[in-house]
Design a protein around this ligand. Structure first.
Ligand code: F6P
Ligand code: MN
Length: 326
């Protein structure tokens, strides 16, 4: 069977919204260019670290900045794109006076960039919302209002994975033709799992709920969970979420004693929201511990939140550990 091209899929699915088709095609084009820059970074002298910090106080990598420029440059032509909110740029970039229905693109140009120098998977995360009224610069709306969100993963194969709200589809990029084709349709996250992903080196900072949850998992068959659990941590949210979409699991970056003052580690608008949107559209679940991520009311563009997402039953189990803690 011939796999549908991204263009065919988009024009069939969004026959009444060509502006959104253009924007998603532009994002795909930007991701193809970023994939190329990532793959050729050792030849172009683009590995290593710059001396500049982003708004989060993180040292930027050359490729963080390159990926940001590529998305800005390619998507700026999109007919109804009014604004860009990037992890690497403190201020919102307004491209035109906003009109009702115009798009706002939130993005993390290169997620997991600590993996660049060791040649492991990184990705680009994006989320699209719409302006509600002419002239309204309303960029701070809960994730429920996304109309499309997804990511590109630059792994052995570059893939673009996104959801328009119902169902999640994965398009693989052919390395010679550059075409994105639908290779993974209607991805579903298994409801149950025995695999979790957390940065366990932060155990000293965890609250009681996470301490108990992880202790019960690693206690194995003789512990309260009555089964053996597996653990993964690649330090790239895109890679972690992609694995969960493919074979189930749960990803945790909880609020802990060290990151509590900042609200957590991961950013709401361009990390937590898009990944929660994708995971929920695939039948999984996503919470901060007590609130659905998609219901969190944003107060600032670069705000952070705790993130627990993945297989629905396991997320619910973790929610119960939080309730028990009170
Ligand atoms: O963008 C933030 C991020 O790099 C995620 O991709 C990843 O999940 C996390 O931070 C890694 O955190 P840590 O440095 O604690 O391993
Ligand atoms: Mn990131």
């Amino acid at each position: 069977m011939t796999q549908r091209t991204l263009r065919r899929f988009l024009t069939q699915t969004l026959s009444d919204n060509s502006d959104l088709v253009f924007l998603i095609e532009d994002i795909a084009a930007a991701c193809r260019i970023i994939a190329d820059r990532v793959r050729n970074a050792p030849f172009d002298g683009d590995l290593g670290t710059t001396k500049t910090e982003n708004v989060q106080g993180e040292l930027q990598k050359p490729l963080d900045l390159i990926a940001n420029d590529v998305v800005e440059r390619v998507c700026a032509n999109s007919p109804r794109l009014a604004a860009l909110v990037s992890e690497e740029v403190e201020e919102v970039t307004w491209l035109k006076p906003p009109q009702k229905g115009d798009f706002v693109l939130y993005f993390d140009p290169l997620d997991g960039s600590s993996n660049l120098d060791v040649n492991l998977s990184v990705g680009t995360i994006f989320s699209i919302m719409q302006i509600t009224q002419d002239g309204q610069r309303d960029i701070l709306r809960p994730g429920r209002n996304q109309i499309c969100a997804g990511y590109a993963i630059y792994g052995p194969t570059t893939m673009l994975v996104f959801s328009l709200g119902q169902g999640v589809n994965g398009f693989s990029c052919h390395s010679t033709t550059g075409e994105f084709r639908l290779t993974h349709s209607n991805l579903r996250v298994p409801e149950t799992t025995t695999e979790f992903a957390i940065n366990a080196s932060r155990q000293m900072f965890w609250d009681g709920a996470i301490q108990s949850y992880v202790a019960d998992c690693v206690a194995g068959v003789s512990g309260p969970r009555g089964q053996y659990f597996n653990m993964r941590w690649t330090a790239s949210m895109v890679a972690e979420v992609h694995r969960i979409l493919m074979c189930g699991g749960v990803f945790l970056y909880p609020k802990d004693r060290e990151n509590a003052a900042k609200g957590g580690r991961l950013r709401l608008m361009y990390e937590a929201n898009p990944m929660a949107w994708i995971i929920q559209a695939a039948g999984g679940d996503a919470t901060t511990g007590d609130t659905q991520i998609l219901d969190v009311i944003p107060t600032e563009a670069h705000q952070r939140v705790p993130v627990i997402l993945g297989s629905a039953q396991e997320v619910d189990t973790i929610r119960r550990y939080y309730r028990r803690q009170g």
